[in-house]
Write a protein that binds this ligand. Structure first.
Ligand code: FAD
Length: 125
C-alpha cells in the first residue's frame, strides 16, 4: 500500500523485523553454545546500528543498553524479545502483549520437510 514504488513504510519494516526476530528466538537452541550466545548478542547489537530507521535504531540501542539480551536459553531469549517488543509497543502507544503466550504466537518456522536423513530441514539443532 506504499504510495511511492519500492518505498517501504516504518510499519512494514517493523512487522517484518519482529516476525524475523520472534521466529529466530523461537528456534534458538534450548541449550545454546557459547558461540550461539555470542551470535544472538551480536545480532541484536548490530541491529542497534543498522536497523533501517535511524530514530528506531537509537531508541533500540538505549533499550538494549538498559536491558541486555538474555541469551541463556530459548525461553530466556524469547521472553527477552517479547519484553523488548513491549517496550517499543508502550513507547508507540500500542497495546502490550502477554509474554506468557509468546511461545504460542511465535512457534518457529513452518516446516514439514525432512533433509533426507530424517531430520526436520528447518531446525538448527
Ligand atoms: P508489530 O508491533 O510490528 O507486531 C507484529 C505482531 O507481533 C503483532 O501483530 C502481534 O501479533 C505480535 N506482537 C505484538 N507485541 C508483541 C510482543 N511484545 N511479543 C511478541 N509478539 C508481539 N516504529 C516507530 O514508529 N518508532 C520506533 O522507534 C520503532 N522502533 C522499532 C524498533 C525495532 C527494533 C523494531 C523491530 C521496530 C520498531 N518500530 C518502530 C516498528 C514498530 O515496532 C511496529 O513494527 C510497527 O509500528 C507496526 O506495528 P504493528 O501494529 O503492525 O505490529
Amino acid at each position: 500500500s506504499a504510495s511511492s514504488a519500492g518505498v517501504v513504510s516504518r510499519e512494514e519494516v517493523g512487522r517484518a523485523t519482529w516476525t524475523f526476530l520472534h521466529t529466530l528466538a523461537a528456534q534458538y537452541p534450548e541449550h545454546p553454545s557459547r558461540q550461539q550466545q555470542r551470535d544472538a548478542k551480536n545480532l541484536v547489537d548490530i541491529l542497534t546500528r543498522v536497523y533501517p530507521c535511524g530514530e528506531c535504531a537509537r531508541h533500540f540501542k538505549e533499550l538494549v543498553r538498559q536491558s541486555p539480551p538474555a541469551v541463556g536459553s530459548r525461553r530466556d531469549f524469547s521472553l527477552w524479545m517479547c519484553e523488548a517488543h513491549n517496550t517499543v509497543n508502550r513507547r508507540l502507544g500500542k497495546p502490550t502483549f502477554n509474554c506468557a503466550l509468546v511461545e504460542s504466537r511465535w512457534a518457529g518456522l513452518e516446516c514439514e520437510d525432512e533433509d533426507g536423513q530424517g531430520h526436520n530441514a528447518c531446525s538448527l539443532e
